[in-house]
Design a protein around this ligand. Sequence first.
Ligand code: AMP
Ligand code: ZN
Length: 272
Amino acid sequence: MKIEQKVKQTLKKIKLNKKEKIIVALSGGKDSTVTAYLLKKLGYNIEGFHINLRIGKYSEDCLEAIEKLCKDLKIKLHVYDMKNEMGSGMCYLRTSIQSSPGKGRLKNCAICGVIKKWILNREVRKLKADKIATGHNLDDEAQTFLMNIFKGSPKLSVNSGPITLNMHDEKFIPRIKPLFYVAENDIREYSKKNKLPVNYGACPCALDSYRIQVRKFLDTLSKKDKENIVKNFDKLLKKISKSKDDKITYCEMCGEPSRNNICKKCELMKIV
Ligand code: AMP
Ligand code: ZN
């Protein structure tokens, strides 16, 4: 099936409405670029949001690609500059966290992911948007699902479907993944065929060895196998999400929605 058809089906499944204001989280890479391109092409009401992580030349290239994309698509772009807003870029912040007691073994991508999610929810809420769209694809999801199984809890994947479930709170902006069922290679091909402005370079900090190991293993499987992993996960998700909503509370330190008294981001930054 063609990528556009797959995305249409996914959007239908999650009942996305064309009147909703959707903020696409743009990293500058192929996945989120294709997400914005397709949502716009299919007539959705979108704006772009980019977190400038200030990781040297890599971040400059990302921003350049995103500015061109938003100009081409004629959509508004919001940029959150980490250095201006939080006082330092992602590298410095991450290194400080990793050098604090007990946090040395935390992976780069895990730390960056928690901080990005925190920023996204808070800033997109200020923009009064209905949903956040990210570029997560079939390969990412199969990896995350397997990693959660290997770590012992498929329940950890409860927020990993094409739309977030079980997180109903006025301060929490639901996240959607239009490329949930689309394989990474097909996205790369599509972005090249349509000559989209993409930074194909990898983030210099992405050294999460465990995810790379799982990715290598998944790369030995066929696309069909990966699709089956994600489809089986989907079935499981329906069962897990039938169980009651997880209790949402507000973080004692920052006031953001959280499952615990202190949110993951504040937990990380507590003693920095
Ligand atoms: P990653 O966590 O890098 O695998 O990225 C997953 C998704 O998060 C991407 O497809 C984007 O939608 C979003 N994202 C990643 N980095 C950024 C960023 N710097 N600014 C905005 N959104 C981002
Ligand atoms: Zn917090």
